[in-house]
Design a protein around this ligand. Structure first.
Ligand SMILES: NC(=O)C1=CN([C@@H]2O[C@H](COP(=O)(O)OP(=O)(O)OC[C@H]3O[C@@H](n4cnc5c(N)ncnc54)[C@H](OP(=O)(O)O)[C@@H]3O)[C@@H](O)[C@H]2O)C=CC1
Ligand SMILES: O=C(CO)COP(=O)(O)O
Length: 307
């Protein structure tokens, strides 16, 4: 394909990995970070794709800054952030689409631990949008022999799969940190997926999306890898560290911590049962110990698997 000009916002672990993938495909890549020397205006000028790999806490602010800058009407926005906005409870793609209602917005999400991508290990991801040509263009830009990109027409499902699995990854870290065994982990991840689907369906996502790369796929990656920062949060809490201690040494962002707070609040308002997320929330708040969280989950009223 022809060389594409891509502005990547956020020079953290994921922004840099995505920039390297696009550079390896011979695209013209400009990386922006608030600590860098280039202005946002210079970086987004004439960009065909503006990809955000900014942590959730910076998305709204950066999107509003770009709003006042000159952009081609054809510019496609890609969001790779996995979080929920605490102020509005919106997903990152909802924020980008609200600020840029006339532009295509594409969600990029999948089992993509950045350290493995940086080593050019094989991986697959999903690009999802209501704008099919937009998603197909982004697919072409990033696809390579080591990065297989699928399209999907359910952006909210793909985004929620990648976002909500972070809460379950914290729980999986606790499970491994307490040495609860393989059966416990399988039960936790499977019931975690059921919980994600329950929320996703009520927010308009398709069930089948959660059985794909951004749901089940990302659960398998982050619930089983010490490379996942969210998993590390749970694992280290099981070892008795406080959340503050863990976050002060964590390399990068563990979005699941804030996502859990937003999700539990929303689920309560909407009367959606999220028992695992609720225990993760209480644990993160310091209200209960990892062992108490386990007991609470095991001693819930017995019920049918699906209802
Ligand atoms: N790492 C991974 O494996 C993957 C991460 N993700 C998601 O990508 C997002 C970023 O993750 P990752 O790169 O790992 O995190 P990092 O902590 O490594 O980087 C975060 C980036 O966001 C920027 N940022 C944070 N707050 C603001 C703000 N207020 N304004 C502007 N920029 C801000 C940081 O800038 P600064 O350096 O100046 O602080 C940094 O560039 C997260 O949502 C994560 O869930 C998705 C898939 C894989
Ligand atoms: O989302 C990720 C992999 O797909 C990265 O997970 P962590 O943010 O937990 O490191």
């Amino acid at each position: 394909m022809q060389q594409t000009t891509i502005a990547i916002l956020g020079a953290g672990a994921w922004g840099v990995a995505l920039a390297n993938l696009a550079t390896a495909n011979n695209h013209d890549v400009r990386l922006w970070s608030r600590r860098g020397s280039q202005t946002l205006e210079t970086v987004v000028k004439d960009a065909q794709i503006v990809l955000s790999a900014i942590s959730m806490k910076g998305v709204s602010d950066v999107a509003s800054q770009i709003k006042s800058l000159p952009l081609s009407p054809q510019t496609i926005f890609v969001t790779a952030t996995k979080g929920l906005d605490p102020k509005t409870t919106c997903t990152p793609s909802q924020i980008w689409q609200t600020v840029f209602p006339h532009h295509a917005v594409v969600v990029l999400s999948g089992p993509n631990l950045s350290q493995e991508i940086q080593q050019s290990l094989p991986a697959a991801t999903v690009v999802a949008s209501n704008n099919r040509p937009g998603a197909e263009f982004v697919q072409l830009v990033f696809s390579s022999h080591c990065f297989r990109v699928y399209t999907n027409p359910d952006p909210i499902g793909v985004e929620l799969g990648g976002t909500l699995k972070n809460i379950i990854a914290i729980a999986a870290g606790v499970c491994d940190g307490l040495h609860l065994g393989t059966n416990a982990k399988a039960a936790l991840v499977t019931r975690g997926l059921t919980e994600i689907i329950r929320i996703g369906k009520s927010w308009g996502a398709k069930t089948e999306t959660f059985y794909g790369l951004s749901g089940l796929g990302d659960l398998l990656a982050t619930c089983n890898s010490p490379l996942s920062r969210n998993y590390q949060v749970g694992y280290q809490m099981a070892a008795g560290k406080t959340l503050a201690e863990i976050l002060s040494h964590l390399p990068g962002t563990a979005e699941g911590v804030n996502t859990c707070q937003v999700l539990v609040q929303l689920a309560k308002q909407q009367s959606i049962a999220v028992p695992i997320s609720e225990q993760v929330y209480r644990l993160l708040q310091g209200e209960i110990t990892p062992r108490q969280a386990l007991e609470e989950l095991m001693l819930r009223d017995i019920k049918a698997e699906y209802n």
